[in-house]
Design a protein around this ligand. Sequence first.
Ligand code: HSE
Length: 430
Amino acid sequence: MQTFSIGLAGMGNVGAGVFKHLRGNRSLLRERLGYELEVRKIAVRNLSKDRGCEVPAELLTTDWRQLLDDPSIQILVELMGQKQESLELILGAIERRKIVVTGNKALLAEHGREIFEAAMRHNVPVFFEAAVGGGIPIIKTLREAFVANHIQSIHGIVNGTSNFILTQMTEQGLGFADALRQAQDAGYAEADPALDVNGGDAAHKAIILASLAYGFWVPPEKVFVEGIEHLTASDICFAKKLGYRIKLLAVIKADQGQVEVRVHPTLVPASHVLASVNGVFNAMAVRGDVVGDALLYGRGAGQDATTSAVISDLAEAADALSSPRRNLGFTPHSLYGACKPIGECTSEYYLRLAVDDRPGVIAEVASILGRLQIGISSILQPEAAEGEIATLVLMIHRASHAQISTALSQLGALGCVRKTPRMIRVEHFS
Ligand code: HSE
């Protein structure tokens, strides 16, 4: 039976999972694939670290460049999760015509264009199923299963850690810090957990999904990003009262050749399937012009789920070595190519204002919104004792980001508004 040789760069959580499950499911993989996948060399930082599985010492090296220099290695798995070194490794592998498998979402989001230009030049595939959605096969689905479709929209819960935190806050009444600590203990969070809560990790994944769906690498600076770090228990509570759940959503939409990519906390109707995606689970609701609505759901983080995605790429890499292919993992095309400026993106909104409890306050607020042509769809004011600061929650009809931003600064300047107004977008998936 033919054997394909793998160089594994990085043996953290996922690298160890890949090694373990390639061995554990070896017979199944052999039967299914018709060839053997063998790890020939592993680059690690620390030779003596306990990885939770037996690794023969002769496979290990602390020099990842050895993987590039070893001519017997045909497939290079980049799981170092670095920026500069990982880029050097991937570009070096492409130049040496080694097929690349990576889960490095930050690198793809920032250097996808450069990586795939090199891949095209050398005709070497780069596979990246593990970069988005952990074990959910969203990359292959967009690339292959939905090849017939113009993708009209993707709404995704693509960061497990923030979804876990929001779920714990919503269902267990847990504080933000405790929920984050639990996610870190479970191994879901990034090395720098700020990326999980500030929307950065979700934005990397949104860029990859949008680029794949629309055939050009979306520049990171065109993506609007807002995290969950400023959400309060009272917003979660009001949202619930109004029939919504708050989720950190990646919203990707095509509009007359322009592409909208944004990541932000979003009020999702409790009746919508994305509202029930809880804990570390991820989901992507994809709408295509041919397939209609489809939903992918699964574990978005964690060793085993992500390992499953990496091994599926290894199988694809081995197939590509057996019979050359046209699709190198990403195929650019020219049907789209521009991003919609955030100011022009429209949405519905939830606004929470802390205001003086005196006659005329609602009129002042309404008159600002009215002058800006912004419509109110409902108002909620929980009863407060006389003289206390009152809370006003307004649900706002569809308006542009530019309109609502102006409204927020004018409302914030009113004497009767006591704190910075809070705004969260609302999505009805229509
Ligand atoms: N930190 C990421 C998450 C890991 O929580 O989703 C998977 O990319």
